[in-house]
Design a protein around this ligand. Structure first.
Ligand SMILES: Cc1ncc(COP(=O)(O)O)c(C=O)c1O
Length: 465
């Protein structure tokens, strides 16, 4: 006889109805298979603490509906052909990464230092008093703020003591909080680099901000054009402009800071991938030059993994209290165990070791991608410095970006068009990530890209028109 679990709650009343619905559902869903023998009315009533009459009524109802059949001499059984067909396989995931993934900005998640992270978590949890597992300071744990202040001073030439560093859940959260804090101070006019990260653009728009675009050239943001916009806040990626890959030139840095000081505007520095510079030491951050005018944002999303949702903000003093207030009421603080772990990884040197390891890997991958592009697509141009996790490929004039992207997808290759990153029209280009694929597979991806450019009617292979 079939063992049957039927949830019946005496407190809810209508026991016959409850039992009938539960059994009908079990048959429809296939939990009770065709031909399965049900317990006798007496046994089920005893099992469920019901009067036998309730079970008799329920079985009679389901026999009348065709779900059960009474078979003389062998009790009640499940009728044939009434179970619903089994659920279909879930549809293929439209976000499934393609076989050849050149999506920009993704680190190699297989390189996440699991053993070092686990060991740091173990050390941190072993040392932490029980009381540490309550809410921490919403601005961040003191030991992580101190470690970060030291780290950012050393590797990014930031000018920040522990009190100026706030722990956040990534650059995106830093921007969201800042928009709220600044809105409370009065109307703002935002400027962004053109082109810029589509994620940043979408985030600003989600907060009701429609930024004005400021052109980027070989030296980075055009500060004279910025000054003409009347912006009160500008978002920049000075160490490695996203997506063009240029570095903000020294003269432009000085101009930008002078503009901010004169106009009282705020510069928001997104230092998203500054850990990775392959041809020389990275340039120091803007914040170190003008701590009074620059908000500096960074995160572990490129250096370790976006999944951690862990980052930092360094703010000019007058903004810090409002920012901490906003952070407190956004989430009561970033996860304490992750903060303790990251502090441990920083203090033990594990973070620096990881950066050294992956930097060498990414450098080889970038070289491999750039070399393959130069030989397979000589009429295209790799622009920007050797840094980060992506490079910027300018396509020959007249190439239809979207057609190249579509032709690439047909070959199971993902590349990102720069068009959607622009606020005003610009030359056709792609942003190509090299963080994920090893060298051999990058070479194959470039072969496929060359085919895609050809089939889209481009002239990348043969020379400029
Ligand atoms: C330009 C830019 N800034 C910042 C981020 C990272 O944001 P978060 O630190 O919130 O993960 C990204 C990630 O894709 C990015 O491309």
């Amino acid at each position: 006889m079939t063992e049957l679990f039927v949830p019946v709650d005496h407190a809810l009343g209508d026991l016959t109805g409850q039992l009938t619905r539960a059994l009908r559902g079990a048959v429809q869903g296939g939990r009770l298979a065709a031909g399965a023998r049900l317990p006798s009315t007496r046994a089920l009533a005893a099992q469920l603490g019901l009067s036998r009459g309730v079970v008799v009524e329920c079985y009679a109802q389901l026999v009348a509906e065709g779900y059960l059949v009474g078979v003389r001499g062998s009790g009640t059984r499940v009728a044939a052909g009434v179970a619903r067909p089994p659920a279909q396989e879930p549809p293929a995931d439209p976000d499934r990464p393609p076989g050849h993934d050149l999506k920009p900005g993704t680190p190699d998640l297989a390189a996440f230092p699991r053993a070092a992270w686990l060991a740091a978590t173990r050390r941190a949890l072993t040392a932490a008093q029980h009381g540490r597992l309550g809410y921490g300071d919403p601005a961040g744990l003191p030991e992580l703020r101190a470690e970060l202040a030291g780290h950012l001073g050393r590797v990014r030439a930031a000018a920040a003591g522990p009190g100026e560093v706030t722990v956040i859940a990534g650059v995106a959260q830093g921007l969201s909080l800042l928009v709220r804090v600044l809105a409370a101070r009065g109307p703002q006019r935002y400027a962004v680099e053109d082109p810029c990260s589509p994620g940043t653009l979408a985030l600003l728009r989600a907060h009701g901000v429609e930024p004005v675009g400021v052109p980027v050239d070989r030296d980075g943001l055009d500060v004279a054009a910025l000054a003409a916009t009347g912006a009160t806040v500008v978002l920049v990626t000075p160490a490695h402009q996203y997506p063009t890959g240029v570095v903000l030139a020294p003269a432009r840095r000085a101009e930008l800071i002078a503009w901010a000081r004169e106009s009282g505007a705020l510069v928001v520095e997104d230092d998203y991938d500054a850990e990775f510079r392959y041809d020389r030491e990275p340039v120091g951050c803007l914040q170190g030059l003008a701590p009074d005018s620059v908000v500096h944002l960074g995160s572990l999303s490129k250096s370790l993994a976006p999944a951690l949702r862990l980052g930092w903000a360094v703010l000019p003093g007058p903004l810090a209290a409002d920012f901490h207030h906003a952070k407190r009421y956004a989430d009561l603080g970033t996860g304490v165990i992750e903060q303790l772990t990251f502090a441990e990884l920083l203090s033990g040197g594990g973070y620096d070791r990881h950066l050294r390891t992956v930097r060498a890997v990414y450098r080889r991958r970038r070289d491999a991608l750039a070399d393959a592009l130069r030989s397979a697509l000589p009429a295209t141009e790799v622009r920007g410095v050797a840094a980060g996790l992506h490079l910027y490929l300018e396509l020959p004039p007249g190439t239809a970006e979207e057609a190249v992207v579509a032709a690439a997808l047909e070959r199971d290759l993902r590349v990102e068009p720069v068009g959607p990153m622009r606020l005003s029209p610009g030359p056709p280009a792609l942003a190509l990530g090299f963080g994920v694929l090893p060298e051999r597979r990058l070479a194959r991806a470039v072969e496929l890209l060359a085919e895609a450019v050809d089939s889209a009617g481009g002239t990348g292979r043969t020379g400029r028109v």
